[in-house]
Write a protein that binds this ligand. Structure first.
Ligand SMILES: Nc1nc2c(ncn2[C@@H]2O[C@H](COP(=O)(O)OP(=O)(O)O)[C@@H](O)[C@H]2O)c(=O)[nH]1
Ligand SMILES: Nc1ncnc2c1ncn2[C@@H]1O[C@H](COP(=O)(O)OP(=O)(O)O)[C@@H](O)[C@H]1O
Length: 206
């Protein structure tokens, strides 16, 4: 389909998947994009872990019990789900439908396995891989975040090495350099803008 811009209509909204290793800065970059006023609809995913101080239910995640999450799996309420470091994470179907109906670009923030699943379900989505400038920097970031033990950090770094190899499945790579969050946010915005200007834009059907 030709770009609706050619007929004076608004561009088709995109389904954007932002992924990358744990601790690379996905949440931080998305928060910065919100602060800078970039228009997008963030898909709030469901999570079975307890809420951390400062997190808001329905904004950062839908915090649910393990029992409720397992019910969501049984009742086919999730587009995709994964056991991520011992906690369930998943995308409620109603969230995505609501987001697609909003007319804004829809952003999904998920782990690398989840991105591979979405690639099978919606190959026309836009896949952006957020990467650290090095594994040492990733270690530093996970350490500063203080939400995991030393053992858990080492486990995440081992997984991250494999996840970096999965970058080849993505359309774009953005490096989240130390103290250069605005640059990463700006690059993601630039990618989204360029994609919306394609003569033949991506069209996702879910
Ligand atoms: N597959 C999948 N991954 C998700 C979903 N929601 C969040 N994630 C990812 O799960 C990973 C969890 O890593 P962690 O650092 O523990 O995230 P946190 O729980 O947000 O602190 C992150 O990479 C998230 O992007 C989801 O619905 N599905
Ligand atoms: N560009 C950056 N420079 C320095 N620290 C960063 C940067 N991006 C994120 N961080 C920090 O790294 C830690 C992990 O970021 P977070 O957004 O929680 O990662 P993710 O959502 O990918 O797991 C946080 O403490 C965050 O403040």
């Amino acid at each position: 389909m030709l770009n609706p811009l050619l007929e004076g209509k608004p561009a088709t909204p995109l389904l954007v998947v932002i992924s990358g290793p744990s601790g690379v800065g996905k949440d931080s970059v998305l928060m910065r994009m919100r602060e800078l006023g970039f228009p997008f609809h963030f898909v709030v995913t469901a999570n079975s872990r307890p809420k951390r101080p400062g997190e808001i239910d329905g904004f950062d995640y839908h915090f649910v019990t393990t029992e409720r999450f397992e019910q969501m799996i049984r009742e086919d309420e999730l587009l995709e789900w994964a056991d991520v470091y011992g906690q369930y994470k998943g995308i409620p179907k109603f969230e995505v439908r609501q987001a697609m109906a909003s007319g804004r670009d829809v952003i999904l923030r998920i782990n690398v396995d989840g991105a591979a699943t979405i690639k099978r379900i919606a190959p026309e989505a836009l896949f952006i891989f957020l990467a650290p400038s090095s594994l040492d920097e990733l270690r530093h970031r996970l350490t500063l975040r203080r939400t995991e033990s030393a053992d858990e950090i080492e486990q995440r770094l081992a997984v991250a090495a494999h996840e970096l190899e999965q970058a080849r499945l993505f359309d774009y790579v953005v490096i989240n350099h130390e103290s250069r969050l605005d640059e990463a946010a700006g690059q993601i915005r630039a990618i989204i803008m360029a994609e919306k200007l394609r003569v033949y834009p991506r069209q996702v059907t879910l």
